[in-house]
Design a protein around this ligand. Structure first.
Ligand code: DGJ
Length: 710
């Protein structure tokens, strides 16, 4: 069956992924309308789903509130608009008039459908894009707006897509909320009637919400049930409106910007929305997550198949107290521990001795690095590690040479206070000159100092978000800032193909499929307390793969929470993602260094499972019993179990944990103990976890499949 086909009888477009179908058509009034999103359909079955909408029950009803591909502000539509347009003459609305369709199918297993429309009155064009791949059930959608006239337009809303769910007996919404150092807290609640808005108004993706949503009928679980999920690939302000209508339907619309922001469209200008991807899956939340992970690795990340190195990061060890000599000592210890990438965090440049000065002045501080970064970079390379550096290109301290030279480069509204957060202001990346300035010093820095890795940080939300100068600057900056940010990173990567980048925004403030399309990993949270990390990692992994989830082992008592948990436990938690070390190694005892080195070596043995395998969350985090995650290789030849347990009350039952995804009739050998297990027992009866006694204990169990018995 082709990936995309059109029924000659009904005009239904049928888009097929390996296990799902999506169907739509242009209705008799020219409006792109939704037909189906769910299990695979034949074209006859999709045709049979075309039923005329019942006439409105009263003069107070309009078109059904969900069921259009991009509900435009026009006519008898009373739900949230996905597309709103303001003309200079005060007129508004968009009336769909089909003007063309294109189907691009190539041999690489990808097909794209483009449905083109113009407005019936004004020279405005809208194209709806749909892309499917033959190796994922994730469907990518976006829209392209074109002002084909000679007057300016203002666009209050240009969502990427609207998604319609089938009628279900009930609806439940899963999403994440949070705050700095407590990101990605999973929430799973019954969807209320009306509109539920998930949004960021901060100019960044945010710690407080993340642009994805999952919906099910209230009965799905980790390993069963149908789940419809969506994720927006955008790193600025965004809005997802989830709707449950009074007639029992549900859908959602999402795209860039929050309420009150506009996208200006000058004559001739085109605006391409980010991708808003959707996935229908069976097999519960676990299957949905695994499908998102595989999609992100295969189709989003620039190098999703590459294995990430074990990194060392200096931030919690040194704070701002850095110099060449201190770093060389740390680098030697990190290398001895097994680190493969050494990252110098904040404090290496300008007058940056604390967070009050120097941000923006990107030259190595001569009193700290008398001969520049070269000697340290050489040492790190000689020790066999890659060299990484922290940067925060979008920010400036008012107490800096940069700000003294360019006070107009920051987001600001003339005459108003410039509110500082962490003593810093936001550079206006929407300005071409500012973005070019950032690109120029970054490419020089990377090229001249042998830098292999950048930790790209962004430490505050927008305020007084203004761009004086261009007439439409205050509107334009919300999207232009992000596209210029993407452009700078894209140029940098093209110029330095071996450079790898970690996205960071005070921890997980900018993690989304947009930034992940141009970075390699993400700092999930500034909270490095291993216990707090469990729910953070649980929420992070709902959509984003372990392949990008950077996690460090730091010292105890934890700097943020004051909690102390064993070194082994801290390692095992960080081993669930990209293992990093962030402790002050000059203060680790010989015993701790030896235990750390053994755990790093153990991680290297199993990291292919964590980074490229399939994640099964076998238990909920922080329940009474152990929290257990399983990573299974593609061919089910190996798996890793990580189990964490608080201090249980005496007598707390500890039932065996049932593993998942193993083939029938296989046998697995515990790589450490040599014990042999049958897959049928592991999946149907469970494995008894031999958790050590004590507080916050953990185990890592590596099982390897034995050859089949003949
Ligand atoms: C916030 C980051 O999340 C931290 O890891 C660290 O890099 C600091 N910024 C440095 O200022």
């Amino acid at each position: 069956m082709p990936l995309i086909s059109r029924s000659p009888d009904t005009g239904v477009w049928l888009l097929n992924t390996p296990k799902t179908s999506y169907a739509l058509r242009i209705d008799t009034s020219g409006v792109p309308t939704h037909i189906a999103w769910g299990p695979r359909l034949t074209s006859e079955e999709a045709d049979a789903l075309v039923v005329p909408d019942p006439p409105p029950a009263s003069s107070f009803e309009g078109r059904p509130q969900v069921g259009e591909e991009l509900p435009a502000d026009n006519g008898t539509r009373y739900g949230p608009s996905s597309l709103q347009i303001r003309h200079t003459d005060g007129s508004r609305a968009f009336e769909w008039q089909p003007s063309g369709e294109r189907l691009v199918e190539d041999l690489s297993g990808t097909a794209e459908l483009v449905l083109e429309f113009c407005d019936s009155l004004y020279p405005v064009r809208v194209a709806l894009h749909y892309r499917v791949h033959d190796d994922t059930d994730v469907l990518e959608r976006w829209a392209v707006l074109h002002n084909a006239g000679d007057r300016h337009l203002r666009v209050p809303r240009a969502d990427s897509a609207a998604w319609t769910l089938p009628p279900l007996r009930d609806y439940r919404l899963s999403h994440v909320t949070g705050q700095w150092s407590a990101e990605t807290q999973l929430r799973r609640d019954r969807l209320p009637y009306g509109e539920t808005v998930l949004t960021s108004r901060r100019g960044i993706t945010s710690h407080h919400a993340n642009p994805w949503a999952m919906l099910d009928d209230g009965t799905a679980g980790e390993d069963h049930g149908r789940v419809w999920s969506t994720a927006l690939a955008w790193s600025g302000s965004w809005r997802l409106t989830v709707q449950r209508t009074s007639d029992g339907r549900a859908g959602l619309t999402g795209g860039v910007g929050h309420e009150g922001t506009f996208i200006p469209l000058a004559p001739g200008e085109v605006f391409t929305t980010p991708v808003f991807a959707g996935l229908y899956s069976e097999g519960g939340y676990g299957a949905a997550s695994r499908a998102w992970h595989a999609y992100t690795r295969a189709h989003v990340l620039p190098h999703g198949r590459e294995t990430a190195p074990v990194l060392y990061n200096s931030w919690e060890a040194t704070g701002f107290d850095v110099d060449e000599g201190g770093h060389k000592i740390l680098a030697e210890r990190a290398a001895a521990l097994g680190a493969e990438l050494y990252v110098v965090d904040d404090g290496w440049f300008g007058a940056r001795r604390n967070d009050r000065a120097g941000l923006g002045d990107w030259s190595p501080a001569p009193d700290l690095f008398p001969a520049g970064l070269g000697p340290l970079s050489d040492t790190v390379h000689r020790l066999g590690m890659r060299f990484g550096l922290w940067v925060e290109p979008e920010m400036v301290n008012p107490d800096s040479e940069l700000y003294r030279a360019h006070p107009d480069w920051v987001l600001h509204l003339p005459g108003r206070r410039r509110t500082e957060l962490r003593n810093q202001l936001v550079l206006n990346f929407a300005r071409r000159d500012v973005a070019d300035w950032a690109h120029d010093w970054l490419t020089r820095l990377v090229g001249e100092h042998g830098i292999d890795f950048l930790k790209w940080d962004m430490n505050r939300a927008f305020s007084e978000a203004g761009w004086p100068g261009p007439a439409d600057g205050n509107d334009r900056l919300w999207t232009r800032y992000v596209t210029h940010l993407y452009d700078v990173i894209d140029r940098l990567r093209a110029e330095h193909p071996t450079l790898r980048i970690e996205t960071c925004s005070g921890g997980g403030g900018r993690v989304d499929l947009g930034i992940l399309a141009r970075t390699d990993q993400a700092w999930a949270s500034d909270n490095t307390d291993a216990v707090d990390r469990l729910p953070i990692q649980h929420g992070f992994g709902q959509v984003y793969p372990s392949r990008v989830m950077s996690a460090w082992v730091t010292d105890v008592p934890n700097q943020l929470t004051g909690r102390s948990v064993p070194l082994r436990f801290r390692f095992h938690v960080a081993m669930a993602g990209l293992l990093g070390i962030g402790g002050d190694l000059t203060r680790w005892s010989e015993g701790e260094l030896a235990e750390g080195a053994a755990l790093v070596a153990q991680y290297k043995d199993v990291r292919h499972l964590v980074q490229h395998g399939h994640l099964y969350r076998l238990t909920e985090p922080l329940g009474e019993g152990p929290t257990v995650v399983q990573y299974l290789s593609d061919d089910a030849a190996e798996l890793l179990l990580l189990a964490y347990r608080p201090s249980p009350r005496h007598g707390t039952p500890s039932p065996p944990v049932r593993l998942a995804g193993l083939p029938d009739g296989a046998r697995y050998r515990d790589a450490e103990s040599g014990a042999v297990h049958h897959s049928g027992v592991l999946t149907k009866y469970g494995l008894h976890l031999d958790m050590p006694r004590g507080t916050w204990t953990s185990i890592a169990t590596h099982l390897v499949r034995l050859p089949d018995q003949t």
